[in-house]
Design a binder for this molecule. Structure first.
Ligand SMILES: Cc1ncc(COP(=O)(O)O)c(C=O)c1O
Length: 355
C-alpha cells in the first residue's frame, strides 16, 4: 500500500524510535509537587533558550496561551489581537469564556503583522465608557498568514508600545523555532522583553504532546496556579517532558528541512496553471495555494475538492491529504513525516488533477 502523504498539519508528527527511547528511560516524579526531575529539566532548559527566568510545561498551545492571558488580563479588560490569530480563530473563545476578556481584533496583514498605527490607535483612553486595554498577543510564525515569521524589529516595536502603555505582550510562538530558523536569528531575539511566550513541542519539533510557556518567576508562579485551576497539573509528566527535551536537542534540523520542502512545494505549485501561491512569502513550513477562478483547468481540481460548504475540511487526492481552509484556498504543512520524495509525489498529483 502506498504511503499516505498527510500535509494537513505539523501536529501529525509521530515520535521517532530515539524519542520513544528517551520517553521510556525518563526519570519521573509528581510534577504537581514539583518533583518530576525531567519536567524540571525541560522547564529550565526552555527558559534558558528563551532568555527568561522560568518555564512551565502545559498540555497544549491553547492552554499555554490561555493561562498566560489569564495572568496578564483582568476580567472586563480588553486584549488586542489579530483577526486571523489562532487565539481569536481557533481556541474556542477561551479567553472570553474563562477570563471574561474582551477581544479587540485588528486586521492581520499578509505578513502576519498588525499595522503599528492601528495598534496605537486601538489602545483605549481612560474613560468610564471603555474597557481598559491590558495586553497584546502576537503570533510567530503566523499560521493563517502563510506561516509568516515576525521580525525582531517588529516585535521590539510592539513591545515598546505595550510597555509604554502599561500593557503586557504575549507571544503565541507555537512555531517560534520556525520563525527563528527562517530568519536566521537566535530565538531569544524574538522574545526579548516580551512578557510571556508559548511554544509548542508537538508541532515542527515532533514531540507527541506539550507546550512550554516562559516568562518571569512571578509570571510563572501565577501561570502555574492558572494551569492547576484549568486541570492542567499533570503528575508524572516527565514522560512528556522527556520527548520535549529530545525535541529541543535533536529536531531543529528537521525544521530546516521542512522549510526547504515547503519552498520546493511552493515553487512546484507556482508553475501549475490554474493554481497560485505567494511563492516569495513562503518562509517556513506552511503554505497556502488558491485555485485561480479564471483558469479553465482549475475547474477539474475544484470539482475534486469541493465536498461541503463548511471549512476547513480535509481534501483527499489519491493518497495526498490536506485542508481546504476557505473556499478554493488550500493549506499544506511540511513536517517530520514528509520527505523530499513525498513533495515530488504531491506535485505530481496536483499537476495531474489540473492538467
Ligand atoms: C499558532 C498556533 N497557536 C496555538 C496553537 C494551539 O496549539 P495546540 O493544538 O497544542 O492547542 C496552534 C495549533 O495549531 C497554532 O497553530
Amino acid at each position: 500500500m502506498s504511503k499516505i502523504i498527510d500535509l494537513r498539519s505539523d501536529t501529525l508528527t509521530l515520535p521517532s524510535d530515539e524519542m520513544r527511547e528517551a520517553i521510556l528511560s525518563a526519570k519521573l516524579g509528581d510534577d504537581v509537587f514539583g518533583e518530576d526531575p525531567t519536567v524540571n529539566k525541560l522547564e529550565a532548559k526552555a527558559a534558558k533558550i528563551m532568555g527568561k527566568d522560568a518555564g512551565l510545561l502545559v498540555p497544549s498551545g491553547t492552554m499555554g496561551n490561555l493561562v498566560s492571558i489569564l495572568v496578564h488580563c483582568q476580567r472586563g479588560t480588553e486584549i488586542i489581537l489579530g483577526d486571523k490569530s489562532h487565539t481569536f480563530m481557533y481556541e474556542s473563545g477561551g479567553i472570553s469564556a474563562f477570563g471574561g476578556i474582551h477581544s479587540r481584533q485588528l486586521k492581520n496583514l499578509p505578513n502576519g503583522t498588525i499595522n503599528i498605527k492601528e495598534i496605537k490607535s486601538a489602545i483605549r483612553m481612560d474613560n468610564v465608557h471603555f474597557p481598559k486595554t491590558s495586553a497584546i498577543i502576537l503570533e510567530n510564525t503566523h499560521n493563517l498568514c502563510n506561516g509568516a515569521p515576525l521580525s525582531p524589529d517588529y516585535i521590539a516595536d510592539v513591545t515598546d508600545i505595550s510597555h509604554n502603555n502599561n500593557m503586557k505582550l504575549h507571544v503565541d510562538g507555537a512555531r517560534i523555532f520556525n520563525a527563528a530558523i527562517a530568519q536566521k536569528v537566535d530565538v531569544k531575539e524574538l522574545v526579548k522583553n516580551v512578557d510571556s511566550i508559548t511554544f509548542c513541542l508537538s508541532k515542527g519539533l515532533s514531540a507527541p504532546v506539550g507546550s512550554v510557556i516562559c516568562g518571569s518567576e512571578e509570571f510563572i508562579y501565577h501561570a502555574r496556579r492558572n494551569r492547576k485551576a484549568l486541570g492542567g497539573g499533570m503528575r508524572q509528566a516527565g514522560i512528556i517532558a522527556a520527548a520535549g527535551i529530545f525535541s529541543l536537542d535533536n529536531m531543529l534540523d528537521q525544521i530546516r528541512k521542512d522549510h526547504k520542502n515547503a519552498k520546493r512545494l511552493a515553487a512546484g505549485i507556482d508553475v501549475i496553471d490554474g493554481l497560485s501561491v505567494d511563492k516569495k512569502n513562503i518562509k517556513s513550513n506552511i503554505l497556502y495555494f488558491d485555485i485561480d477562478k479564471e483558469a479553465k483547468q482549475s475547474e477539474k481540481l475544484a470539482q475534486q475538492t469541493k465536498n461541503v460548504d463548511l471549512y476547513p475540511f480535509e481534501v483527499v487526492l489519491n493518497n495526498i491529504h490536506f485542508f481546504e481552509t476557505y473556499p478554493s484556498r488550500f493549506r499544506l504543512v511540511t513536517h517530520y513525516g514528509i520527505t523530499e520524495d513525498d513533495v515530488e509525489k504531491t506535485l505530481g498529483v496536483l499537476n495531474k488533477m489540473v492538467n
